[in-house]
Design a protein around this ligand. Sequence first.
Ligand code: IMP
Length: 436
Amino acid sequence: MNSTTGFFDICLGLQWGDEGKGKIVDYLAKDYNIVARFQGGPNAGHTLWYENEKIILHNLPSGILHRHVKNFIGPGCVVKPVTLLEEITLVTKTLGLSQSAMKQRIYVSEQAFVIHPMYEWLDKAIECSKGSSGVGTTGKGIGPTYAAIKNRVALRFADVMKKDFFSSQENWDFIEHCNNELSFYRDTYGYVLPTPDEITETLTNFQTSIKQLEAYVNFVDCFWLKNKLELHEKVLAEGAQGTMLDNNFGCYPMVTSSNTIAGAAPVGLGVSMKYFRKTIGVFKWYTTKVGSGLFPSRIMDEEIENLLQEAGGEIGATTGRKRMCGWLDLVQMNYAIRINDVDELIMTKVDINPLKEIQVIEKYDVHYFGKTTTFPVDLSTIREAMPGTLKQSWNFDKQNPLALGLGLYVAHIESQTRVKITHMSYGPNREDIFSF
Ligand code: IMP
């Protein structure tokens, strides 16, 4: 970090997403000038509360409720314009802001990629073609858009905002190409295509929303963020999804299509490591996962899993799917902490604990290798996720948060990860948090 400039910190999830990062970023944002999303798109669902109103953000960074914060969507992101516009409209209305006041809060890279509606249909078609071995995607077009980026055929805001883009040959060629792909999935896998009316309506909404966004969004070039850093501004880079969903370092192939780890932040924002200060890792005291794929620490007792699922309201903010619940997994956590070089930990949902006895996974029993604390590259080699000796649960007490039970839990995690827990979140509101 250069002391004559501003800096950026990174706040990201250490599990399979849904760690409660949105609320944490909203809380931390008080100390930053800019909150910046560096990857992902509307597959994320970050829940914030504003005066008893629930706001679920998908594309917008979680600093949006603060008057002093500029919210940046970086070139590493994929954006669904219709959803972004809906979110902006919701936040503008809930906060009672004028259009121009809102515009002062939102900055989108002209190099950020647009999720074309054709890619949403393609996402569902590809998932359909995989049958029971599907990833369980959110169906938001994330995979096809990132694939198109790598294939060099994706569309950036800079492209779709060009005058006459929608009447151009380029646009018609793009749609025809996607149509051919969709027809392949219809003919080969029985994917049910959207009706021509649905296609027309969706494409019209897509086009209109891009136009309407201009009233609320500042589209900025690749040096916008760097210039702010040089002007001593403090940036919080906000991760979406979680470490175990990283395209390379997560539980491949049951992952998302972007890199979610700390190393992705400078790339996805277009700033160098020169400005980097620290990484803050967020985790829930237990673990959850949505979508398909193996989940080593899953609670196998259905009654206990249901208790935790209900108490924790473990229903996906984007898809409405129930999340599987598991014990805190220190093998997985230590992997995530190392991959990200986490400097500080924030633990969430400590007020939710309906269980009399808890477990913490500390070792795996792995085929051919035996007991290990190393997270394996192939989860199917895990015979058993093995709990340690810690069993004591807690009744959360706001007056005495580190009373026996939770205090032991915190001390145990800190000793096993060698990283300090700096905050504990105990409710959905911004102020429901202890800082140590
Ligand atoms: P995609 O990102 O929609 O392609 O989905 C890929 C996998 O990541 C699926 O298992 C999704 O359920 C999961 N996933 C994507 N975004 C999130 C998230 O924000 N929280 C939790 N899981 C997610």
